[in-house]
Design a protein around this ligand. Structure first.
Ligand SMILES: *Cc1c(COP(=O)(O)O)cnc(C)c1O
Length: 363
């Protein structure tokens, strides 16, 4: 008997495990596990999605997301012709791997880099090359050293999830300068809107400067609070966008999702609120966790990677204790960080309850 077989590489994928949303025995939980926005989306985005539903779900959406690209272009001062929209930015990561890597090629990502990268690389049969980090931060020299004749793509999340660390603009430029011109640099800037550092740049300027081998991916899932709508976008050279348009799903962004994203990107006051809330809580949570004896990796995202003094067993016990109180944070053993937990910044009262529970566990 013969059975059908998937292409090589696919069985090497460890299926992605999303953060839990429920705990048995609890009607409501405090979910600090998936870097969702505690403020939710702009009310204007919700209204727009409802209107789009009322307007008729039997109609196909705009396949080119023209109005959405226009709105993004105006808000971020970008050429809409160089913007492509997608079903979450994860779709773009898959499309880029599919377009530019295949069997026998190598694709680089960082040691604690976003777990989606090895999935997209295996999916196309290419070989993931994991590069060591330095103090939970991407190391440009190590990345450049890992490049071989087979290297096709370098994936860099900046800031990175789950560490929250970032590379300064000059380091990203040094990375690009050190890579061969025929290597695609994918800058995944899912958390860019949260960053409050003058030396940070998401990479949009690199694209504006005419590089034809660098693309920046962005998302509406994080600060815009629209993870459930699945909208991502990328800013890149026309030559790469032309390739991605050929292979993407024709109607990859639903009509309600396009409408919600347009309203969301036009409501920058909501984005500022979300950023201010995050900037208020990052230092508070970091200080409180440090006081309890944990080591906190400095974060530019809406989450904190906290390392337990006694390592993996303690982290696991803390996770179980928090769950017994109805609080879900994110274990990161799948990143080989089993001595740590990743905690998303929640609402005021959620953060307070989390800190109270963790204090009870640690003392
Ligand atoms: C959350 C996240 C994304 C965004 O995923 P979507 O598919 O847009 O929801 C991309 N990259 C990183 C590093 C993330 O943490």
């Amino acid at each position: 008997m013969t059975s059908i077989k998937p292409r090589d590489g696919i069985l090497n994928i460890t299926p992605y495990k999303a953060g839990d949303a429920k705990i048995e025995g609890f009607d409501t939980v405090i979910k600090l596990a998936s870097n969702e926005s505690p403020l939710g989306p702009s009310p204007a985005a919700v209204e727009a999605a409802k209107n789009a539903i009322d307007a008729g779900l039997h109609l196909y959406p705009d396949p080119t997301c023209t109005a959405l690209r226009q709105a993004i272009g105006e808000t971020y001062d970008l050429n809409p012709e160089q913007i492509i929209c997608s079903n979450g930015s994860e779709e773009l990561l898959h499309l880029l791997a599919k377009a530019y890597a295949t069997d026998g090629d190598e694709v680089i990502y960082c040691q604690y880099g976003f777990i989606a990268y090895p999935i997209t690389i295996h999916a196309v049969g290419a070989t993931p090359i994991m590069v060591q980090e330095d103090n939970y931060t991407a190391n440009v020299d190590a990345i450049l050293t890992a490049v071989t004749a087979k290297t096709k793509i370098v994936n860099l999340a900046n800031p990175n999830n789950p560490t929250g660390t970032y590379l300064v603009k000059t380091e990203v430029q040094r990375l690009r300068d050190g890579l061969r011109d025929d290597i695609l640099l994918v800058l995944d800037a899912a958390y860019a809107e949260y960053v409050d550092q003058a030396d940070y740049d998401a990479g949009l300027d690199m694209v504006n400067n005419g590089l034809n081998n660098t693309i920046v991916t962005r998302t509406f899932s994080k600060i815009y609070g629209l993870a459930g709508m699945r909208v991502g976008w990328a800013y890149g050279p026309a030559s790469i966008l032309d390739i991605l348009h050929r292979i993407r799903g024709t109607f990859n962004v639903s009509a309600p999702s396009q409408a919600a994203a347009i309203a969301a990107v036009r409501d920058q006051s909501h984005v500022e609120k979300a950023k201010a809330h995050n900037l208020k809580w990052l230092p508070r949570l970091s200080e409180a966790l440090s006081t309890l004896g944990l080591t906190v990796t400095p974060s530019q995202g809406n989450f904190i990677l906290a390392h337990f003094p006694l390592g993996a067993e303690q982290a696991q016990a803390a996770d179980a204790f928090l769950r017994s109180k109805g609080i879900i944070v994110r274990p990161v053993g799948n990143y080989d960080l089993s001595g740590a937990l990743r905690i998303t910044v929640g609402k005021d009262e959620e953060n307070e309850k989390f800190l109270t529970a963790l204090k009870a566990f640690m003392t």
